[in-house]
Every structure is written in structure tokens, then in C-alpha cells.
Write a protein that binds this ligand. Structure first.
Ligand code: AMP
Length: 281
């Protein structure tokens, strides 16, 4: 497995492979890898010949400097996991490689109304930062396909909007959420959970599963209200949102008959903010 710190070295590696007709996939991550990330690598291997995983904790997508600072960076562990998974190349640039003129460089694109809903409401400017770094990554790799997790449902929507905005030729593939045995969605942030938080964190997957299991029996309003009641009276848990939304635009669902419905939740568990979702249909 090759490791690249610069765009130049990465491009030099990819050039002959592309010339030989190899299909290239990129798997963007912020590191602190778990089996959710590895599932993206494995799925990429089914679709492409050369798999590049990027590890970059992108400063422009963090609204809280403390969150950026405490983001885990277990690089040796990450490289061992990627090697084991059969990843071909790892791109791990420094901040100055991606932002040569500084992380305050100008970037703004129209991502539509969905940018400001859900995560966008709680993390101002987050999707500008996400699309900014993913565009830079796509420019560096020029991949045929790019893998993103359904875990960050809104992120996939925003990336697709960015791809359409620039008319890029990359195909975006959405990968299913990988969960722990008890239902907790895997996340790099889970290591911050205390033993009590870890138990309490199950409220996200349980409340989402409740909606899936009871969808046919209740109205949208009843489903949402019951799901929200799961979060009441759990010490140290603070619900940011629970919504049943239209999966195309993330607006609150108006009718159960809509063709693409998803339940999404975000909550602070102890000092850790977690998100999760389940597709209803
Ligand atoms: P991150 O390192 O958190 O930015 O995540 C990198 C990619 O892995 C994103 O596309 C995430 O949606 C995806 N991902 C994170 N957690 C999971 C999971 N539990 N299952 C599947 N994909 C995931």
C-alpha cells in the first residue's frame, strides 16, 4: 500500500494506472477508522480497480474548534486497517497541502435549501466546508467513483448537489450504515462515549427502529412524537432533532405516501454529538 502526502505524488502514481484503463475509486475519510469505513473500501473494490482512501481532518467543516482539536487521529492503527483491507493507496495531506493560501480561502456554492436544514442548522457552514474539501479531493484524484456512507445522509445529498454544480463526471455511491451488534451506528466519535453514554447512545437506533417497525400503524405526527419521547428523561442525552423527512430534499415529510422517506436523528450523548438515520422507503 502506497502512502502519499502530496497531490503531485498521488497524481504521478495514478497517471499510468488510468492510462492503462484502470477504474479509480476514492473513499474520503477523516481517519479514526472503524468497520464502517472498511465497508466502503470493500464496496469500492467491487466497483473499481484502484482504491484510494483519503485521511484528512478538514478544518473548514468544523464549527467548534474544540471538536476539531479533540478529533481522534490514530494514524498507525488506520494505516494497518487499510493495508489489511487491501486498499491500494492512502492520501494523507497536511492542511497546507489542501489549503496553500490558508484555511480561510474563499469558497461558496449554492447547495439549495437543504444546506440549512438538520445538520446545517446545528453546524453553520458545515456543508460549505465539506463540499470545499471534497471538490479539492476530486480534483486531486479525478476518480471514476466515490464512496460515501448513508450514515451521513445529508452529506451525500450535498455532495451530489456539488457534483451537479460543477458537472463532474464522478459517480457517487452510497453505502449502507454499519452498526455494532446492539444497533449503535459505528462512528469515530463513539470512542468518546463513557460506559453510561454508550448505553444511552442506543436511544438513537432504537427510536429510529421504532419508526420503521410502526410505520404502517400510526400517522407521521404520532410516529415522530413517540420517537421523540424515547429521549425524555435520559440523563445526559439532549435531542437536537428527530424528523421524518423527504429523502430528496430533507423537508419534513408531508404524507406517508411520498416515495422517498427517511427518519433522521441527532443528539448529544454526554459530551459527544451523534447522528443516525434509517431509510423508511
Ligand atoms: P468520516 O471519517 O466520519 O468523515 O466518514 C467517512 C465516510 O465513512 C463517510 O462517507 C461516512 O458516511 C462513512 N461512514 C461513517 N460511519 C459509517 C458507518 N457506521 N457505516 C458506513 N459508513 C460510515
Amino acid at each position: 500500500m502506497e502512502v502519499f502526502k502530496t497531490k503531485e505524488a498521488l497524481k504521478a502514481y495514478l497517471k499510468p494506472l488510468k492510462a492503462a484503463g484502470k477504474k479509480v475509486a476514492v473513499v474520503p475519510t477523516m481517519g479514526a477508522l472503524h468497520n464502517g469505513h472498511i465497508s466502503l473500501i470493500k464496496l469500492a473494490q467491487e466497483h473499481a480497480d484502484v482504491i484510494i482512501c483519503s485521511i484528512f481532518v478538514n478544518p473548514t467543516q468544523f464549527t467548534d474548534p474544540k471538536d476539531l482539536e479533540k478529533y481522534p487521529r490514530p494514524i498507525d492503527h488506520d494505516l494497518a486497517m487499510l493495508k489489511d483491507a487491501g486498499c491500494d493507496g492512502v492520501f494523507m495531506p497536511g492542511v497546507e497541502e489542501m489549503y496553500p493560501t490558508g484555511a480561510d480561502e474563499n469558497w461558496h456554492i449554492d447547495l439549495g435549501k437543504a444546506e440549512f436544514l438538520l445538520e446545517g442548522e446545528f453546524r453553520k457552514g458545515h456543508y460549505q466546508g465539506v463540499t470545499q474539501i471534497v471538490k479539492k479531493l476530486f480534483d486531486a484524484v479525478e476518480p471514476d467513483i466515490a464512496m460515501f456512507g448513508q450514515k451521513d445522509f445529508q452529506q451525500v445529498l450535498m455532495i451530489k448537489t456539488m457534483v451537479a454544480h460543477f458537472n463532474l463526471r464522478v459517480s457517487i455511491i452510497t453505502c449502507p450504515i454499519i452498526r455494532e451488534d446492539d444497533g449503535l451506528a459505528m462512528s469515530s466519535r463513539n470512542i468518546h462515549l463513557t460506559a453510561a453514554d454508550r448505553k444511552n447512545a442506543l436511544v438513537l437506533s432504537k427510536s429510529l427502529q421504532y419508526v420503521i417497525d410502526n410505520f404502517d400503524s400510526f400517522s407521521l405526527k404520532e410516529l415522530e412524537e413517540s420517537a421523540k419521547s424515547f429521549y425524555k428523561n435520559i440523563e445526559g442525552v439532549e435531542l437536537d432533532y428527530f424528523t421524518i423527512a423527504n429523502g430528496h430534499n430533507l423537508e419534513p415529510a408531508k404524507s406517508k405516501a411520498e416515495d422517498n422517506l427517511v427518519a433522521l436523528a441527532a443528539a448529544k450523548v454526554g459530551s459527544t454529538r451523534l447522528i443516525d438515520n434509517m431509510i423508511i422507503k
